[in-house]
Design a protein around this ligand. Structure first.
Ligand code: NDP
Length: 278
């Protein structure tokens, strides 16, 4: 992983940053109170051409883990905290109704299904049915239901767009996946079995492929995106230190998103936009 990180030099990174422009009017990020989700919101807010609406959803906006997000939202107009528990259908429906009301007839351009859980300690032998079910509920059924609930808004954004093809500026679903779910690559098996997590991300990849087929007519771009192995709470539950900083991963992701088009829909890419094997 470190090799992957180092091969991308600072000057190339700067060039990529200069070329990329994300012209998204509205975005919703799930699980945005910490880790990758919070950093996405922070960096989106800091962009000169920032989206007018940033819906930062989290499951417990009044809890201690949402304080930083609350402070950020208080400082920046258009950052709206939306309660959304990805494991509860009613919460997802309520969130979609609230965002629909806020958008007042306009659509949602970009949906980032980021929220997920990982159960770190189980080996294949000690994995339980309960953990398998809970992880699948949050990491697969969650993104499926969130995408279903926000589909009318995504379609509306796509129809109203003057863009020609598919793009994150027009209408897109980005499912934050993991190379840990790649059947070909089987990343870091010796370090952690994390079978429930791997299976959930493999299923999320299939969901993404299905979404890309179903929503192609509506010109909604659907991508499974591996953010890299990034220093977050989730990564800190694994025995080795993650090589990528949050800042680097999210800068790269935000530079990659504008370069995604219909040729990428239904594919699995990493933070730099490189295609990964399923
Ligand atoms: P963290 O554990 O740091 O953060 C996870 C986020 O998801 C938190 O905001 C958490 O909220 C939220 N969340 C969990 N369950 C739910 C739920 N039921 N409803 C709503 N929100 C929920 O993880 P990361 O930031 O590292 O991970 C973000 C994404 O990136 C995940 O999809 C993960 O699988 C993926 N990823 C991460 C990698 C890494 O190295 N960090 C590598 C590959 C993929 P709360 O505070 O309420 O728990």
């Amino acid at each position: 992983m470190l090799e992957l990180f180092n091969k991308f030099g600072a000057s190339e990174h700067k060039l990529a940053r200069e070329m990329a422009v994300l012209k998204t009017c509205s975005v919703l990020v799930t699980g945005s109170n910490r880790g990758i989700g919070l950093e996405l919101v922070k960096q989106l807010v800091g962009r000169s051409n920032r989206p007018e609406w940033i819906f930062a959803s989290c499951r417990d906006p009044e809890g201690p883990r949402a304080q930083e997000l609350k402070q950020l939202a208080a400082k920046h107009k258009g950052v709206e905290i939306i309660p959304l528990d990805a494991s509860k259908s009613s919460s997802i429906r309520n969130a979609a109704a609230r965002v629909t009301e806020q958008l007042k007839g306009t659509g949602l351009n970009l949906l980032i299904n980021n929220a997920a859980i990982l159960r770190p300690n189980a080996t294949l032998d000690s994995e339980t049915a309960e953990d398998m079910a809970e992880v699948y509920r949050t990491n697969v059924i969650g993104p499926m239901e969130v995408s279903q609930a926000f589909l009318p808004l995504l379609k509306r954004a796509s129809q109203a767009s003057s863009e020609k093809g598919m793009s994150c500026s027009r209408a897109a679903i980005i499912n934050v996946s993991s190379e840990g779910g790649s059947i070909k690559n089987i990343l870091e098996w010796r370090m952690a079995h994390i079978v429930s997590y791997r299976c959930s991300k493999a299923a999320l990849n299939m969901l993404t492929r299905c979404q890309s087929l179903a929503y192609a007519e509506d010109k909604i771009l659907c991508i499974a995106l591996h953010p890299g192995w990034v220093q977050t709470d989730m990564a800190s539950t694994l025995p080795e230190q993650a090589p990528l900083t949050l800042d680097y991963s999210i800068q790269s992701i935000l530079n990659t998103l504008p370069n995604l088009s219909e040729k990428h829909t239904g594919t699995f890419v990493n933070w730099e936009g490189e295609t990964l094997p399923w």
